[in-house]
Each structure stands twice: as structure tokens, then as C-alpha cells.
Design a protein around this ligand. Structure first.
Ligand SMILES: [Zn+2]
Length: 448
């Protein structure tokens, strides 16, 4: 008998690769954080002596969901500026509140709140873009979550940094400070073409190649953004990035709502990835990204929630259902964005976009045991004929029961249980409360 840490006995396993595969009554063996075997339950029980066995009798096990775009700390700003257009929302609510509030402590408290929400919803890794990335990374890791954080860059000063050089310097220092944690990765994260100058974008292109990391940027989110770019630079934003050498396999373009046919083809040809954030795009009235066409083009498609101030849920499973429905509705074609393809976007698609496809995104021997169990035993998810379609179209985050990150159980039977040193769910909520009161005060203050 081989001795291992954990054996998960599952009703179903959806490994993601090969696409559409469903394994019935299989067990997954975990040792030292890695997947070491996937085989029929009877065979696994005969072969392994597990220190811990978990019975998932009515559950489907999938790879942990990847949130390919978020601003986790903005969980503290959930609902502060609803029903406003993007630029009005940024200029009258978000940017003034951030100027008044953003600090390492704000980011830590907000990011832990977001991590708690995401882990309980089966999200094991998020790609964050916010100020104080070191604080965000430490907050995510303190809850047991896998972290990808941005070396953020923007031209204007904030409580975090004074100018683009200062942002990059601080972000690179954060990367150095966290280099020994294998569950933390960095991206270069210029906020958007309309907030970052040519010189900074060009420097980021060079840095991304040197550091071999993704470039995470909001792109073609609204029609206004494109018109403003044409007026200012004589080019659409994607063409401007192309001129500056940024349109390559490292590019992770967030939103990509407004794209011409030749732009879709270019993104596919260069192997770029898109972080599709359908709820945020709907809520801010930005439009519907052409996901069916992007999938056809060969571009990578991943799923993001955006921040809780523009969504207002950090719910990748919900986002996935919305993405599939919108793609079908927008193209008048029910066959596009099929369930298996969309579930792949929310797992392996995110992993690929972040350069983590050898580590996470599918259930394969040798990969990290980042896993999510979804229980399919209550009326809303019964009967079950096609388990993948059930996950995408019927299940919701409330059906997530158990979550592991690199083999560590962070959610068990719907409760956050990451461990003594990480603090309880209650301590995370208590730390968020003073910030809620502070935001309320600022919102109630009459304008100067
Ligand atoms: Zn965003």
C-alpha cells in the first residue's frame, strides 16, 4: 500500500482535459499538495493508504475556478456607485473614495473579505489588480488562496505611489519580497490605455519579456475609450498597444467588449488572452464581448468577475452561466459557447492566461491539487443527466461544499477552515466592519 495524504472518493470528476470528459466513481489521490493518481474508487482503495479520506458521494470534483480579473480590495466598496456609467462611476465615486481610503490596511482587510467570498464559491486563484499589491498578496495567502497580483501602473498619484516609475518600483519590490512563496505570481498591470502613457506602456512591454510575466490591462471596455484614443493618439487602443510591442501571447486583455473583425483575428493570431467579465460589462452598460468569435479566433478566453464595486459578486460560477447565455443570445445561435468549453474558460483558460497552465486549471497527475467539490443533490440540481451542463446552467456557488488549494482544505462542508494562523471567517468580517463605517461617513459627507 502506498501512503498518501488524502484520497477523495467522488461521484464524478470533470478533469477539463480532455474536453467534455466525465469520470464516474473515481478517486483522486493527493500527496504533498500534488495530484498523484486518478482511478476507479475500488482500485484506489486497494492501492493507497490515505491519512485522510473524504467521501464526495453526490459531488462533482472540478479544478479550482480561476478568477482571471478582479480588484479584490474593492469588496469594501461593494455597492457604492450602482447604476452609473463607467466614467461617471470612476470620477464621482470610485476615484475620490480611493483617494481618501486606500492604504495597505484597507487593501489587506478588503482582500481578505474578497478571498473569503471567492474561496467559498470554489475560486482557488485570482488575478488581482490593485494598489499595494504586496498587501493584497499577503492577504490572499493568509486565507490559503493562490495569488496572482499585478505590478500596477497608472500615471496619477495615489496614496500608494506618486508616478508611473514609483508604481513600477514599488511593484517590483513587492515581487522581490514575495519571491519565496510558490503560490504567489505577479503580472505587470498597467491599468488601462487611457490612464497609462506610451513611455510607460513601452517600458512595461520590455519588463514583461525580461520577467516572463503576463501584461494584465483593461482594454476596449467602452466605445468612449476607443473614441478618446482615436482623438488623442490617432489610433484605437489595441492598435496603440500593437505599435508599442504589447500584442503577443503575454497580453491578458480585460473586457475586450468592442472589437472589429480584424482586431479579433489579431488577438487570435498572436495568442492573446481575454478576461471576459460579463456581469461588469452589463452593469456598467459597456456592452457584450464577442466571446463566440474570440473562441473561434484561437484567442484564449478566461472568466473574471471584475471588482465587487462593478459586479457586485465575486462569483465565477455565476459569471460562467451568464457568459454562456450572453454568447448564445448575442449571436442568435444556441450552439456557441457550449458548457464544456465555458467551464474550460473558467479553469484552464484562466490558468493559461496567467502562465500557470502547467500548475493548475485541470485535474491531471502532477498538477497542484487546487480543487472544488460541487454537491448535486438538492432539487435545484436534480435530476442530473449531463454533469457538465448541470455545473454551468443549474448549479450555483451555494452548491460548492469543499475546496482545496495545493492539497490544503480551505473550505469543508461549506465552512471556511483554512487553519488557526489564518484567522476565522468571523475575524475577517470584523476587520472589514470599521472600513464599512468609514465609507459610509464619506458617502454621507456633503460635497466640498
Ligand atoms: Zn477591472
Amino acid at each position: 500500500m502506498l501512503s498518501i495524504d488524502t484520497l477523495l472518493e467522488c461521484r464524478w470528476i470533470v478533469p477539463i482535459r480532455p474536453r467534455g470528459a466525465v469520470l464516474e466513481r473515481h478517486a483522486l489521490a493527493i500527496d504533498q499538495g500534488r495530484i498523484v493518481a486518478i482511478e476507479p474508487i475500488a482500485t484506489a482503495n486497494a492501492r493507497f493508504h490515505a491519512r485522510e479520506r473524504v467521501l464526495l458521494a453526490d459531488h462533482v470534483l472540478i479544478p479550482g475556478l480561476v478568477n482571471a480579473h478582479t480588484h479584490a480590495a474593492m469588496a469594501l466598496l461593494r455597492g457604492v456607485g450602482d447604476d452609473l456609467a463607467l466614467m461617471t462611476w470612476l470620477r464621482t465615486r470610485i476615484w475620490p473614495l480611493e483617494q481618501a481610503l486606500v492604504s495597505a490596511d484597507f487593501v489587506h482587510a478588503g482582500t481578505r473579505l474578497a478571498a473569503l467570498e471567492m474561496l467559498r464559491a470554489g475560486v482557488t486563484c485570482c488575478n488581482d489588480m490593485y494598489f499595494f499589491p504586496e498587501s493584497a498578496a499577503r492577504a490572499l495567502r493568509s486565507t490559503g488562496m493562490r495569488a496572482v497580483v499585478g505590478i500596477v501602473a497608472i500615471e496619477f498619484p495615489t496614496g500608494y505611489a506618486s508616478d508611473a516609475d514609483d508604481y513600477l518600483r514599488k511593484g517590483l519590490a513587492a515581487r522581490d519580497a514575495l519571491r519565496d512563496d510558490p503560490l504567489v505570481r505577479f503580472t505587470l498591470a498597467p491599468h488601462a490605455p487611457y490612464t497609462v502613457a506610451d513611455a510607460t506602456l513601452a517600458r512595461i512591454g520590455v519588463l514583461a519579456e525580461e520577467l516572463d510575466c503576463p501584461v494584465h490591462i483593461h482594454l476596449h471596455e467602452t466605445r468612449d475609450e476607443i473614441e478618446q484614443s482615436i482623438a488623442q493618439h490617432g489610433l484605437r487602443p489595441l492598435a496603440r498597444l500593437e505599435r508599442l510591442g504589447l500584442v503577443n501571447e503575454r497580453l491578458l486583455a480585460v473586457h475586450a467588449v468592442h472589437l472589429a473583425a480584424d482586431e479579433i483575428a489579431l488577438l487570435g493570431l498572436r495568442g492573446c488572452s481575454i478576461a471576459h467579465c460579463p456581469a461588469s460589462n452589463m452593469k456598467l452598460g459597456s456592452g457584450i464581448a464577442p466571446i463566440a468569435q474570440l473562441l473561434d479566433s484561437g484567442a484564449g478566453v478566461a472568466i473574471g468577475t471584475d471588482g465587487a464595486a462593478s459586479n457586485n459578486r465575486l462569483d465565477v460560477l455565476g459569471e460562467l452561466r451568464l457568459a454562456a447565455l450572453l454568447a448564445k443570445g448575442a449571436t442568435h445561435d444556441a450552439t456557441v459557447a457550449p458548457a464544456a468549453r465555458m467551464l474550460e474558460a473558467a479553469t484552464l483558460g484562466g490558468a493559461r492566461a496567467l502562465g500557470l497552465e502547467r500548475e493548475i486549471g485541470s485535474i491531471e497527475i502532477g498538477k497542484a491539487a487546487d480543487l472544488t467539490a460541487i454537491e448535486l443533490s438538492e432539487p435545484a440540481v436534480l435530476p442530473c443527466y449531463d454533469v457538465i451542463s448541470q455545473i454551468v446552467f443549474a448549479a450555483s456557488r451555494e452548491h460548492v461544499t469543499d475546496v482545496w488549494v495545493e492539497g490544503n482544505a480551505v473550505v469543508q462542508k461549506r465552512q471556511f477552515t483554512a487553519g488557526a494562523e489564518t484567522g476565522s471567517a468571523q475575524s475577517i468580517l470584523s476587520a472589514a466592519l470599521p472600513w464599512q463605517n468609514r465609507v459610509r461617513e464619506l458617502l454621507n459627507k456633503p460635497p466640498a
